[in-house]
Design a binder for this molecule. Structure first.
Ligand code: NIG
Ligand code: FE
Length: 408
């Protein structure tokens, strides 16, 4: 039963209270058994029964729960660095998509890649994320966009879920954009998603997500898709209000979504509706930054009574970075979260946004012993200084993680 002692500051991130209530314990110790927390508290109150166990020294550092990246498009092939340059020269995301780039370009690359190659690449990303302290990850499909290719991406994500000792949450995003084969038959694609892809994904995908935007899907199509998904046991998540106010906050509340993500243009009424319905508001600062959108108004969401999560949105187009701590720093500078709020947003509230808050996201007895030990003395110092990787060590289910080579 390992004991981690001499923790300078343990930020437990229990869910209750305001978003800045991170429930810290100064000069703390943590005990785990079989990969779960069994005790935590002040170091000088460590019960004598644990004092003789295998002991690790945190060296007076800051310790936080393992981070949860609750919104990624992890399974894809290729990159789209050319679009990064085109956008710098003034092209918009929608113009690039209309010219055959964007999501459909990654779809072509992903369809051509082998299942093994997709697994290997996503595993490399997960290893690199783990080194940053990201111990749980949600992963969306959405670059297959055919019956077979979406099923294949769910298999890729399922493989990672089975083989890796960290929570991976599969989300079906067959409603990402209309695939080229259905260019002139969007009803046909929505029908295929509802009648075949969702039923075949039941039991594999935990959530169903829809991208509601010009060039993607309408609110009515999202309602229809998410009601079918719900009948097949999937929770609802939404990409909404990213490029314009499409009434996404209201829609998310109406369908009882677990989370609504992006939200750069959400109205005050949408925020209030989300708060009443308990929809987690997920800030994706990389996407706002890369697509030059106004930042999500996180402070207004908090004032309206929402929980705000922070995620990377890792994908080859709008958010090509998996660096969640850096996204947390940007959530502070761009969206006005305090470091404490950003931390709760990337731990317990993020876990809630992807349905895993009962197993991880905070230091609480019975939860997975996933921990990040940081070369910083406070969450404020950590996110403010923002070194490339402040992780001193990462613990996954009570075991220290070994470092691995960087993925390409
Ligand atoms: O969350 N908005 C839709 N989907 C992704 C972008 C995917 C892509 O550009 O490949 C996002 O930003
Ligand atoms: Fe996304």
């Amino acid at each position: 039963m390992p004991v981690l002692r001499n923790i300078g500051r343990l930020v437990t991130c229990r869910a209750e209270g305001r978003q800045d209530d991170v429930h810290p314990v100064e000069r703390a110790a943590v005990v785990f058994r079989d990969g779960r927390f069994v005790w935590h508290g002040p170091d000088d109150a460590l019960p004598a029964t644990y004092a003789a166990e295998e002991e690790f020294d945190a060296g007076g550092r800051l310790v936080v729960p393992g981070l949860v990246d609750c919104h990624t498009h992890l399974a894809f092939a290729g990159w789209r660095a050319d679009e990064f340059t085109l956008r710098a020269l003034g092209a918009s995301y929608l113009e690039i998509a209309a010219a055959g780039g964007g999501i459909r370009s990654t779809m072509r690359a992903t369809r051509e890649a082998s299942e093994e190659a997709l697994v290997a690449r996503a595993s490399g990303f997960l290893d690199a994320m783990l080194e940053l302290g990201v111990t749980a990850v949600e992963a969306k499909t959405g670059y297959g966009l055919s019956e077979d290719a979406e099923a294949r991406l769910l298999r890729v994500i399922g493989h990672l879920e089975d083989r890796r000792d960290q929570p991976i949450v599969p989300t079906l995003l067959a409603a990402h954009v209309i695939p080229p084969e259905f260019e002139n038959d969007r009803e046909g694609w929505v029908r295929l998603v509802r009648e075949r892809i969702i039923p075949q994904s039941a039991g594999r995908a935990r959530f169903c997500d829809v991208f509601v935007e010009t060039g993607a899907f309408t609110a009515d199509e999202a309602r229809a898709i998410l009601s079918t998904a719900s009948a097949h046991g999937m929770g609802a998540r939404l990409h909404v209000d990213q490029l314009a106010d499409g009434g996404g906050g209201l829609l998310a509340a109406e369908v009882g979504a677990t989370s609504a993500d992006h939200l750069e243009h959400t109205s005050d009424a949408g925020m209030r509706a989300m708060a009443r319905a308990g929809v987690v508001a997920v800030a994706l600062p990389f996407a706002s930054l890369y697509l030059r959108q106004p930042p999500m108004r996180a402070r207004a969401f908090l004032d309206a009574g929402c929980r705000v999560a922070v995620a990377t949105d890792f994908n080859p187009g709008s958010a090509p970075s998996y660096h969640l701590p850096w996204a947390m720093t940007l959530a502070c500078t761009m969206s006005g979260l305090t470091p404490a709020e950003a931390l709760k947003g990337a731990t317990v509230h993020a876990a809630r946004a992807c349905g895993i808050e009962s197993i991880c996201g905070s230091v609480e007895t019975g939860k997975r012993a996933d921990l990040l030990v940081l070369d910083a003395d406070s969450e404020e110092q950590w996110l403010y200084h923002a070194v490339p990787n402040a992780a001193h060590s990462v613990w996954l289910a009570g075991r220290p993680v070994q470092r691995s080579p960087r993925p390409s």
